[in-house]
Write a new protein. Sequence first.
Length: 189
Amino acid sequence: MSFLDTEKLQSAQQANLDLLQQISSKVFEGVEQLSQLQFKTLRASSDDQFGSISKLLSVRDPQSFAEWQTSFTQPSVQTERLLEFNRQVYELMSGTQSEIAKLAERQVEASAKQVQELVEEIAKNAPAGTEPVAAVLKSTLASVGSVYESAQKAAKQAAEIAENGIAAAASAAGQATREAGKAAGGSRK
């Protein structure tokens, strides 16, 4: 009698290969979306620069030049665009990481179930007198599962805290930028 079921082993290997393919797919999707975001941002920046140069070329008097210079050097618009770009990059990375974590979590759960089934099979077919060893093995498996669940909960809490911190920092930076823009606009009058 063999404790290793070749069909289950093949099934586990196929599941691992499928997981790797799914993770690769998610990574490529994330890279593709990041590239699209970068190109979109580059195009918008390029369009703004050409628009600014076009306005400069249409300047005919000192007043028009002063207006062009004021509109071109507004830090709040540029900073808000940068903040928005960074927010979108963060959301993209966070979403991709979350999807990969869910895939891995499902695979870990499936693997844990397979190990549990193997332990049950071993305990069922073990020779008489080895019940304490089987009990220790089951207890160890339960402890490992508890440690994994605790670590997973702690990681999720840390991610939530980091996300809230980033959101608060972005909000504060946006507010400071708007206030600086208002103050700069008021001092130019």
